[in-house]
Ligand binder design. Structure first.
Ligand SMILES: NC(=O)c1ccc[n+]([C@@H]2O[C@H](COP(=O)([O-])OP(=O)(O)OC[C@H]3O[C@@H](n4cnc5c(N)ncnc54)[C@H](O)[C@@H]3O)[C@@H](O)[C@H]2O)c1
Length: 340
């Protein structure tokens, strides 16, 4: 009728879940279904077929089979690190959007190639990083300017796993890096969000191994980084490990006019000297953060402007991590030359 306003509702996106039978996949599946129609799932694991039956969607062993048999708008990808690049390039080559677990890519070269493919296909590649949707970290980003010019940060993130890494994380070929790539990706991403610099920081790194087999496979159990940003004078240190005596995450930023402290569930803004000025707490369930993150990316699949910023920020994170691994590899080669 003339004058009537019909509210257009966007159709729910059709989603393929890739790697849905694993740890992250099973965590995301019920949440993805809240905002999208899951039209199929790919996972070669024996548990995948009964799981797909239980959830009521068709199961495929390979992505190729799914691409031949089911139509979908986007794929949610939660696979081991070695599979990210082949899976994402195949999806982009078939014109599908990608919402994926970290890392965006393992090497700068792979990251640039993915960006090129995404741009050519006019499709999004979004990387799922919960801290970007956590209210406490949002408070930190929004209030950072209140501490003046940041000049130092210290960031710790540790698990207290009582056994060596298992599964694909214990295989160099499948993990493609140790704790720096796996857990450290989150932290490097938080830091590049807080301190957007045109170039990655200069980094001195120490790679440490608790288990001999991890040393043999060059998969670090602990990493300690000293970072500096020559353009601003900001410096900081970062430690990440899997086998600490307690599970902990703590970020502290010192600025010329105050300090910012962030830990799970609470961020506190301090004056110089330590007086607490403002506190933001959040004790909601992790699923609320995951829900808002997934709904956000599903709602931005066709947002070209938004996708550009996301791709550039992920490129920065990948460049930093890849640069650290390449420096280590250069040092190892030099040492080998000297010993030869
Ligand atoms: N954000 C977080 O806090 C967090 C936590 C854990 C894992 N992760 C990330 O999630 C991803 C998966 O980790 P996970 O712990 O769930 O691993 P997982 O081993 O539990 O699950 C991976 C699944 O992928 C399947 N798979 C392997 N190759 C495949 C392929 N080519 N196509 C389709 N499926 C394939 C496996 O069968 C398995 O079911 C990794 O990128 C990891 O870094 C993120």
């Amino acid at each position: 009728m003339p004058g009537d306003r019909v509210k257009k509702t966007r159709p729910r996106p059709r989603v393929l879940v890739v790697g849905f039978a694993g740890h992250q996949g099973t965590e995301y599946l019920p949440i993805v279904r809240e905002s999208a129609d899951v039209v199929g799932g790919v996972d070669p694991a024996p548990a995948a077929s009964p799981l797909a039956d239980a959830w009521g969607f068709p199961h495929y062993d390979t992505l190729g089979q799914a691409l031949e048999n089911v139509d979908f708008d986007a794929a949610v990808v939660t696979v081991p690190h070695s599979e990210h690049f082949p899976v994402c390039t195949q999806l982009l080559a078939h014109g599908r959007h990608v919402i994926k677990e970290k890392p965006f890519a393992v090497t700068e070269r792979e990251a640039r190639h993915l960006i090129h493919l995404a741009q050519r296909a006019d499709r999004s590649v979004f990387t799922l990083l919960q801290r970007n949707f956590d209210p406490v970290f949002r408070f930190a980003r929004e209030n950072l300017a209140r501490i003046g010019t940041p000049y130092w940060f210290s960031y710790d993130y540790h698990f207290n796993l009582a056994h060596p890494s298992t599964g694909w994380r214990a295989s160099r070929e499948r993990a493609r890096g140790g704790v720096l790539l796996d857990m450290g990706y989150h932290l490097i991403d938080v830091l590049s969000g807080l301190f957007p610099e045109p170039e990655p920081p200069r980094v001195h790194s120490a790679f440490v191994h608790q288990y001999q087999e991890m040393r043999d496979r060059r998969l670090e159990d602990l990493v300690s980084l000293m970072c500096s940003y020559p353009s601003t004078g900001l410096a900081g240190s970062l430690r990440v490990s899997r086998h600490n005596y307690e599970k902990v995450e703590h970020l502290c930023v010192l600025g010329t006019e105050g300090a910012l402290n962030v830990a799970p569930g609470v961020a506190v803004l301090h004056s110089v000297g330590g007086l607490p000025l403002e506190r933001r707490t959040w004790d909601g369930p992790k699923t609320d953060v995951v829900r808002s993150m997934i709904a956000h990316y599903l709602g931005h699949l066709d947002d070209r402007y938004y996708r550009q910023g996301h791709l550039q920020s992920q490129l920065t994170t990948v460049r930093t991590i890849d640069g650290i691994y390449r420096d280590r590899s250069r040092e190892r080669n030099k040492l080998a030359d000297r010993c030869a």
